[in-house]
Design a protein around this ligand. Sequence first.
Ligand code: AMP
Ligand code: MG
Length: 265
Amino acid sequence: MPGSRVQLGEIDPSRTPGLRGPGEQERAAAEAIHAQNVVALQDLQYRLWAEGQRSVLVVLQGMDTAGKDGTIRHVFGPLNPQGVRVVGFKQPTPEELAHDYLWRIHQHTPEKGRIVIFNRSHYEDVLVVRVHALVPEPVWRERYEQINQFESLLASNATTILKFFLHISKAEQKQRLQERLDDPAKRWKFSAGDLDERKRWGDYHEAYDDAISRCSTDHAPWFIIPADRKWYRNWAISSIVRGALERMNPEPPTPDFDPTTVTID
Ligand code: AMP
Ligand code: MG
């Protein structure tokens, strides 16, 4: 909620708000609704593209293994790749570091008609950068306001911004990291660095508490998604994105000619 103070430590990552419970029945129902959401999103995306007047920016953040890649596959994977782009943000290159931190971000914001998904984002510049003290505190402290201004600029340029924090428990992360170690097909995803980050779990949560509290605005809200259950995460995110696009209600332009007067030989 814009304006309120968030404490992730008080939010249970295995909860299923919006559903009656986490049981098998609710799971089956949520999976069915998710499938319907995907079909609805395909139509909404088509209309957004045809309208060509507005865009959508989805920001995905979360600790390692939180499910950013899985969300992209399950929620956005089925959309027409012509109108959707995924952009992942890794450690900045020397060229990127030679500019202000929003420089590399702004190049990838969606043009009209497009949905862009950020897999990590400018929020890394108040998360990993803060936790590892990559810049002095006064520098990152200023960034919350700069980010709000930046997002406000995008919003007033017809971009709908939806930011999702995929909230997993430390125990769930342990399991998912172990799976990456054990499963030869997933092993490439494992990085020893993830264990160092895991040791800073508390510091990351503090940084997230601040980022989410300070940068949740009416024009760019944060949604905290309990993400220990992947099916719940998929349902929640596809429902929120669908709702946002339905409110936008994109309409293809009406032709500036009378189609009944056109004859095709
Ligand atoms: P992955 O998401 O597993 O591909 O990892 C990308 C890595 O890049 C993560 O460890 C991020 O914390 C790191 N990263 C992303 N943006 C930044 C940034 N602005 N400064 C430093 N590290 C970053
Ligand atoms: Mg990783």
